[in-house]
Design a binder for this molecule. Structure first.
Ligand SMILES: CC(C)(COP(=O)(O)OP(=O)(O)OC[C@H]1O[C@@H](n2cnc3c(N)ncnc32)[C@H](O)[C@@H]1OP(=O)(O)O)[C@@H](O)C(=O)NCCC(=O)NCCS
Length: 133
């Protein structure tokens, strides 16, 4: 997971960040091919919502439907808890991920100004949501 994160995120999460989140109640999971983790989903249950905090597929496995499979699996997990919606933040500059979420029926619902670090600067987040029925 750390290797995937390193190539996927301009400010990669540290090992301790993963440990902190995964030690609490979580909807998170990994995708394995052979012996290797090739993707992961980090998501938490917050009241009746799912907060999708991180999703990533290793570079050589992208554009093969694994990201969609991860979202579909997360949606099934949310249904078990009768969660009402999934919310997420995505970097404003990450147009590929925004397109990925739009293709998977998420809608932009707002912005969080200066949400992310980007080197010495800050970058805003687009807030997106999927209503679960
Ligand atoms: C975003 C990410 C998880 C998508 O995973 P994936 O396995 O490539 O996604 P899928 O193959 O299921 O893509 C489904 C559709 O989403 C769209 N899509 C996916 N990645 C896209 C991109 N980079 N640019 C534009 N559209 C994209 C495409 O329409 C794609 O369908 P197509 O392959 O028929 O064109 C992956 O690109 C990734 O790990 N990125 C780096 C980490 C990241 O940015 N995570 C999001 C943080 S909020």
């Amino acid at each position: 997971m750390l290797e995937i994160e390193e190539i996927s995120n301009p400010t990669p999460w540290k090992e301790q960040t993963f440990k902190n989140i995964l030690s609490s109640r979580t909807l998170s999971f990994v995708i394995i091919s052979g012996q290797n983790v090739i993707g992961f989903c980090i998501a938490s249950k917050v009241a009746d919502e799912c907060h999708l905090q991180n999703i990533s597929v290793t570079a050589s496995f992208r554009k093969q439907g694994i990201g969609k499979y991860i979202l579909d699996t997360l949606i099934k997990r949310c249904a078990l808890y009768e969660l009402q919606n999934i919310i997420l933040e995505v970097r404003e500059s990450n147009e590929g991920a925004q397109e990925f979420y739009r293709k998977n029926n998420f809608n932009p619902i707002g912005k969080r100004k200066d949400y992310y670090k980007l080197g010495e600067q800050r970058e805003s987040a687009v807030l997106m949501s999927l209503i679960l029925s």
